[in-house]
Design a protein around this ligand. Structure first.
Ligand SMILES: [Zn+2]
Length: 479
């Protein structure tokens, strides 16, 4: 038996109503277990928060000894030294344990604002305070992020973070309902913050105008209770999933394409994660993005609203969230369908033997930065010079016919990417061919395909017709 050591226990704000608002306690103990026992003797009201009925430390309570989680030391048996600091860190995700409604109060103006929530037994005063005490990080202030942010702000979520570094384009306006005509060219995050505070000035909005990547994701996500994935690309989806699994946070997910939507809650502590469903991303170019395939404007409104409802359910700890279920919605047939999702025992990140233990390079994982060798690419300006100087270039448009109807580079030939393998005999390997699409992704695939078939003088137009419109011919219609 060692000597008792003089240590300090720091009480988190969420638990201070049980310690007469004391924020720390000096005591002496031999090990962590002894210190916690001293603590609950001093503040008996804390006991039921820290311990379950069978006397075990609750699993949503983490104890840190000088910045180190005791689970990775000797647990409650970890010995103490003089001057040590113990910190109680309650988990802040899902269910009633995370957001302590006792710490917040509602003003009379908030009473009026939330009255239709307050009179529902499923929300009530406690629920509304839990909503106010909660925080949600919205990744992507686009089609999904704008409706979900609007509803969460209106509902009174106390702290909303927005990750987006994009500017508003005219083609966003048919679905991204926080933005209007005069906002084109402005920062999405800035405009979203302004509008959301107009909806509800009682909340705080935190902006993160960065590209989410492996270097910043954990630091950003760890400060929020719930993460909402409103992104539109695979590298970010896997990044958000993996970061949520590593941090133990729920990932409220939705995705949209044309008139079909998907939604789920990936929460590895209680069910499957995104990788259980999709262990590997599709090869780049196989699944077109909304920019290539289009999306019905109202669809993200519905799916983003579902995400907002799921976040509120998680905050309230009420109902049955979409954990372990994949909700499918078809806006043309107006049908909902539901699939059961199972936790994959071989999941590389949330399975019992994970191979992914830290964030990786998601661009490489998804193969999206596989660039063509320099000789197989050409910029819009360089192409224009070639056409003006000597011509003789065969321009091949691999987009869909309806895209070709919106705009095209003069003199180009249309063979949609899907038909290229069957119609390749319409092309001559001796020709100098430049392939283009909307943004340069599908055309890069076409170039790889043609290279594989023996075409040597084939190049990809970098940035597609979008770049051509900006750099060479602004008179073309954009989409
Ligand atoms: Zn998993």
């Amino acid at each position: 038996m060692g000597e008792k050591m003089a240590v300090k226990i720091v009480i988190p704000t969420a638990l201070r109503q049980h310690t007469n608002n004391e924020d720390e306690l000096q005591l002496s103990a031999r090990d962590v277990k002894g210190a916690l026992q001293e603590l609950v003797v001093a503040f008996p009201g804390l006991r039921r928060y820290l311990y379950s009925d069978n006397g075990r430390l609750r699993n949503f309570i983490n104890i840190y000894l000088n910045e180190e989680d005791i689970r990775y030391m000797k647990g409650e048996e970890t010995p103490l030294s003089d001057g040590d600091t113990l910190m109680i860190v309650p988990s802040v995700a899902g269910g009633s344990a995370h957001a302590d409604p006792h710490n917040v109060s509602l003003s009379s103006s908030e009473f009026a604002r939330y009255s239709r929530h307050l009179i529902m037994p499923e929300v009530g005063m406690e629920g509304q305070k839990a909503i106010k005490a909660s925080s949600v990080l919205i990744i992507g202030a686009g089609g999904l992020g704008t409706p979900s942010a609007t509803y969460l702000a209106a509902a009174g979520v106390g702290r909303i973070g927005i990750v987006d570094f994009d500017t508003i384009e005219k083609s966003n306006l048919h679905r991204q309902i926080l933005y209007s005509e005069q906002d084109v060219g402005k920062s999405k995050a800035e405009v979203a913050k302004e509008r959301l505070l107009q909806v509800n000035p009682n909340i705080s909005i935190e902006l993160h105008k960065v590209r989410l990547d492996s270097s910043n994701a954990l630091d950003l996500l760890k400060n929020y209770d719930i993460i909402m994935d409103g992104t539109d690309n695979f590298p970010t989806r896997y990044l958000v999933n993996d970061a949520c699994v590593l941090l133990g946070k729920p990932n409220v997910y939705a995705s949209i394409f044309r008139f079909e939507g998907q939604a789920s809650v990936f929460f590895a502590k209680e069910g499957p994660c995104y990788r259980c469903l999709y262990p590997e991303p599709p090869p780049p170019g196989l699944v077109p993005s909304c920019a290539e395939g289009g999306v019905l404007g109202v669809l993200p409104g519905i799916m983003g609203s579902i995400q907002a409802a799921e976040a509120i359910d998680l905050i309230l700890g009420k109902g049955t969230p979409l954990i372990g279920r994949l909700l499918l919605f078809n806006a043309l047939d107006m049908k909902f369908k539901e699939l059961k999702l199972r936790k994959n025992p071989d999941c590389p990140i949330c399975g019992p033997n994970p191979t992914v233990k830290e964030l990786i390079d998601y661009e490489v994982f998804c193969g999206v930065n596989e660039t063509l060798e320099p000789g197989f690419e050409i910029s819009s300006r360089a192409l224009k010079q070639v056409i003006d100087a000597k011509g003789g270039v065969v321009l091949l448009d691999v987009r869909e016919p309806f895209e070709n109807q919106i705009c095209r580079i003069d003199g180009s030939r249309l063979i949609p990417l899907g038909q290229l393998p069957q119609r390749v005999n319409e092309l001559d390997t001796a020709d100098d061919i430049v392939v283009y699409c909307h943004s340069g992704v599908r055309s890069a695939q076409a170039v790889r395909l043609l290279k594989g078939l023996g075409f040597r003088k084939v190049r990809n137009l970098k940035g597609g017709i979008r770049a051509w419109t900006i750099e060479v011919d602004p008179t073309l219609q954009t989409y």
